[in-house]
Design a protein around this ligand. Sequence first.
Ligand code: PSV
Ligand code: MN
Length: 412
Amino acid sequence: MELWERQYEILAETLAARGIDVDGALSRIKGQVIELPSWAVGNSGTRYGVFRQAGAARHIWDKIDDCAEIQRVVGVCPVMASHVSWDVTDDGRFGPVREYAEQRGLKIGTVHPNTFMGQQYRLGSIGSPFADVRQATIDHFVDCVRITREMGSKVIGIWLADGTNYAGQDHLRTRKHRIYEGLKALYDAMDPDMTLAVEYKFFEPAFYTTDLMDWGMSLMMCNRLGDQAKVLVDLGHHCQGANIEHIVSILIDEGKMGGFHLNNRKYGDDDLMAGTTNPLELFLIFDQIVDASLDPATAATADGIVYMLDQSHNIEGSMEGIIQSVMNTQTAYAKALLVERDKLAAAQASGDVILANRTLMAAYELDVQPLLAKARVDTGRHPDPIVAYREGGYAAKVASERQGAGGGALGG
Ligand code: PSV
Ligand code: MN
């Protein structure tokens, strides 16, 4: 018997004594899906420089291969999120990207338009003071709906780099109207079974105002747009000290929590690995999601949330960085599944602050690695994906095959 198996038996006993449905938790852990960001494999860096990695993905085909290798070891990432400007053939086609991904066992997940890299976007995209730029952006949006169809996806994730750098630079209320009109054009172009996930970010690349600056702004736009529009929460896009789990709980309750870009905001943006310096925050977010999934009033929204990583691996190898982030996310989710919900509800109802907090923390303090190992082994994986990756020989293989590996995308 392996060590993790003995540890699993002890954990299962502890959980049974707490009245936790271990098999139910296991099946939810196995069913979790986390989209891999095509743009996080390969080289990336900060605006100060890029440290190149041996064997880094050179193009979309390498990126798909890398994502397939990650899925081989983690088993919960059969989907690759895409950025339209970076995941296209040299002659502008998307069909072959989808086909190759499918050959490698991956579906294309959330499709992200790109309204921040072209020269025309200096003063914004749909927020630009120039009508021709706004129209060109809308044309790009409509094209992204076609691309989303071609990629076999149902979700478009929109992040706008729009904003201003100087007081007086532009008329703020007018920009708000332009942003709505642009998003409405995108929304109206979508198929009825598509979802628009609207991301917000309070700074960068504009620093005086950001047009979609926070969840309130995103929620307001989504409410006006309609049922197919939901808020996308990027963990890196909040002020220090913001209570993200509270935001998530409110968005779920409003039926407007659409998806996550998972990462860690210690870099501000160009984000670090999810769940590294803030595992408690990630747990508390999943606690809100699991709690909502058990309530018939909110279950559909909670269960429909799309999880993506949105990261940039600047000093760690991107493959291992992504695998580690997936594992950290699984850890947070697993712990949230083990909260004694009835006991917590009773403590809350009786105003027992200490017991309520202790009950939540009792789940957080569990070592869930044996449970995760069991879920992986049950589904034909190695109990430790990092070990599986290191022993699999993929890194050495691509390092020799991808000589002169170059180009990196922008991360997170
Ligand atoms: C912006 O910082 C962002 O979080 C958006 O999601 C972009 O699509 C992504 O990063 C680009 O890496
Ligand atoms: Mn993001």
